[in-house]
Design a protein around this ligand. Structure first.
Ligand SMILES: Cc1cc2nc3c(=O)[nH]c(=O)nc-3n(C[C@H](O)[C@H](O)[C@H](O)COP(=O)(O)OP(=O)(O)OC[C@H]3O[C@@H](n4cnc5c(N)ncnc54)[C@H](O)[C@@H]3O)c2cc1C
Length: 195
């Protein structure tokens, strides 16, 4: 179970909060893109990145020249979120229209990973299992230009919406179709090519 930390206590619809760490792992393992938010000069930014999970750590990588990576490597606080969209909930009212989702948020500070190759392998294997073993490994020069960051899964929240449309007495007389349009991510057939 994750620690019930005040900053990550879900306030709206708290019944959708999930505290099992295995469920958090499941969402992180099912996602491919994380949005990493940080503040630079009083301005918040949210940057999408690829990532992987190693136990209770999220790993992501980028250029040593990137503002995001330079700031986070220097210890700036960040917020990483991964959202899986599972469906559109169609209710009788506009107000109750909603979404099915699994949404994870991790707060903390990153550390710089010294064993870059193992971490890059983890990220690669998360996205395309088996790929790492058939591609050219990163050169020393490429590694020198890369920062790999690790964010611990210490302070986190997970919110899961998997319900059905709500109705209220005011909906009386309104009868559009109600239910859910499921959404799933499909990896399509490989398309061969090169730039
Ligand atoms: C699906 C996906 C996966 C990605 N995976 C990685 C990854 O694993 N590692 C990595 O380093 N980068 C990744 N990127 C690119 C990443 O989002 C940034 O564009 C990149 O890190 C460049 O950073 P920067 O230092 O130029 O950004 P900054 O200098 O911080 O950006 C300057 C400005 O450029 C704009 N900007 C930057 N990035 C984006 C963006 N993605 N979309 C719209 N506006 C933007 C913003 O206005 C921002 O304020 C990914 C992008 C996507 C969409």
């Amino acid at each position: 179970m994750g620690a019930p930390v005040e900053r990550t206590r879900i306030r709206r619809l708290p019944d959708k909060a999930v505290r099992e760490r295995e469920a958090l792992h499941g969402v992180l393992d099912a996602g491919m893109v994380a949005h990493v938010a940080f503040v630079d000069d009083d301005q918040p930014y949210a940057i999408p990145v690829a990532y992987g999970r190693d136990g209770d750590t999220v790993l992501f990588h980028g250029s040593t020249g990137s503002r995001l990576f330079r700031l986070l490597a220097g210890g700036a606080p960040c917020c990483l979120s991964v959202t899986l969209l599972d469906g559109l909930i169609l209710a009788r009212s506009a107000f109750e229209a909603s979404m099915r989702y699994r949404s994870a948020m991790v707060l903390g500070r990153c550390t710089v990973i010294e064993d870059q190759v193992a971490a890059l392998r983890t990220i690669s294997e998360h996205l395309v299992p088996g790929r790492w073993d058939v591609v050219r490994p990163p050169s020393r020069k490429e590694l020198a230009a890369t920062l790999v960051l690790a964010l611990p899964l210490d302070e986190w929240s997970l919110k899961v919406s998997d319900g059905w449309p709500e109705t209220s007495p005011e909906d009386e007389g309104w009868s559009p179709p109600t239910g859910v349009i499921p959404i799933r991510t499909v990896l399509d057939d490989f398309v061969e090519g090169e730039a």
